[in-house]
Ligand binder design. Structure first.
Ligand code: SF4
Length: 65
């Protein structure tokens, strides 16, 4: 299954991915994006790929588990 993963060391907390994918991502206490660990639904894949492309620091990743 696929999950959205955040490179929290790279994240600058712009909020773009959290706003686009609120079902999958939240802010942690430091204001960085954090994955809730939920399986990526096929119908949300394109939205997730958009966030991968649009993250200013390439910190959004889709990983196969
Ligand atoms: S889009 Fe990138 S920089 Fe912005 S909150 Fe998400 S992971 Fe962080």
């Amino acid at each position: 299954m696929e999950k959205i993963v955040i490179n929290k060391e790279a994240c600058i907390g712009c909020g773009l991915c959290v706003n686009n994918l609120p079902e999958y991502l939240v802010f942690d206490e430091m204001g960085h994006a954090e994955s809730v660990g939920k399986e990526l639904k096929p119908e949300d894949k394109n939205l997730a790929l958009e966030s991968v492309d649009n993250c200013p620091v390439q910190a959004v990743l889709i990983e196969e588990e």
